[in-house]
Design a protein around this ligand. Structure first.
Ligand code: PAF
Length: 280
């Protein structure tokens, strides 16, 4: 496995592989890798000649400086895990390498960025859009792999790729969960033992919501999920939103859409977790 830090080194290396006709699969990450990431990597390895993984904690997608400062950075362990998962190339640039100058590019995603995460994390998706577009330009992948845990991010990346005609196939991959149902996330390692013990209640509430949604109107289901999660002292719901799973827009009646998703953001202590479930 090769590790690159400079754009000027990785670009010709990948160009030569492409010239040989090799297909490139790409998994963008911010490091602190867990089995969810490794699943994306393994899927890419099974479908592409070459798998590239980027590790870059992207400062411009953090709206909260404390969250950025506390984001786990575990490069050495990440590189070992990637070698074990069959990754071929790691791209681990510095901040200066990615942003030699401040990037003022505007980014909009047809309104997808305005709901849910967008309401609580101003500028977050602009930062994600800028970095993912740049990483695509650097790594020129045929396919790129994104987890469904970041449901809204995935919708936004699909929109961006279509809107800007970026020649990459976006492959959504299912959420990977711990044995007790907690969605895998790099943030989980920051949970106190007490909050870690109650965090699986989030997914349990989502499962109950899926089972019983038809008894409620969408806004009623949102309230129910919020109440159920907040029954656990230490869990605080930032939002519980039922949305059309394609447009991400809210609706009033189950008859209004053919496909619905329920997304939540929950503080477990001071760690913000997100999760979601497709209702139908
Ligand atoms: O999902 C993430 O880890 C990040 O948002 C991504 C896609 C690597 C961009 O920084």
């Amino acid at each position: 496995m090769k590790v690159f830090e400079k754009i000027k080194d990785i670009q010709p290396y990948l160009a030569a592989l492409k010239a040989e006709g090799k297909s490139i699969g790409f998994v963008p990450t911010m490091g602190a890798l867990h089995d969810g990431h490794l699943q994306l990597v393994k899927t890419s390895v099974s479908k592409n000649d070459i798998t590239v993984v980027s590790i870059f904690v992207n400062p411009i997608q953090f709206n909260n400086p404390e969250d950025l400062a506390k984001y786990p950075r575990t490069l050495e362990a990440d590189v070992d895990k990637l070698a074990g998962a069959g990754c071929d190339i790691v791209f681990s640039p510095s901040e200066n390498e990615m942003y030699p100058e401040p990037d003022n590019t505007g980014m909009e995603f047809g309104g997808l960025e305005k709901v849910m995460e967008g309401r609580f994390r101003p500028g977050h998706f602009r930062g994600v859009g800028i970095v993912v577009k740049r990483l695509f330009e650097i790594t020129t992948p045929d396919r790129a792999y994104f987890g469904e845990k970041d449901y809204q991010q995935l919708a936004i990346i699909k929109y961006m790729v279509k809107n800007l005609s970026i020649p990459v196939e976006i492959i959504p991959c299912p959420i990977v969960r711990e044995a007790d149902g907690l969605a895998m996330s790099s943030r989980n390692m920051r949970l106190t033992p007490e909050h870690r013990a109650m965090a699986p209640e989030i997914y349990k509430a989502l499962l109950r919501a899926k089972e019983n949604y038809s008894w409620f109107i969408p806004s009623g289901l949102e309230k129910l999920v919020t109440t159920e999660i907040e029954q656990n002292p230490g869990l605080k719901v930032e939002y519980a939103t039922v949305a059309d799973s394609v447009t991400l827009q809210p609706f009033e009646d189950w008859m209004d859409t053919e496909h619905a998703v329920l997304c939540v953001a929950v503080f477990a202590g001071n760690v913000r977790l997100i999760d979601n479930i497709i209702l139908y």
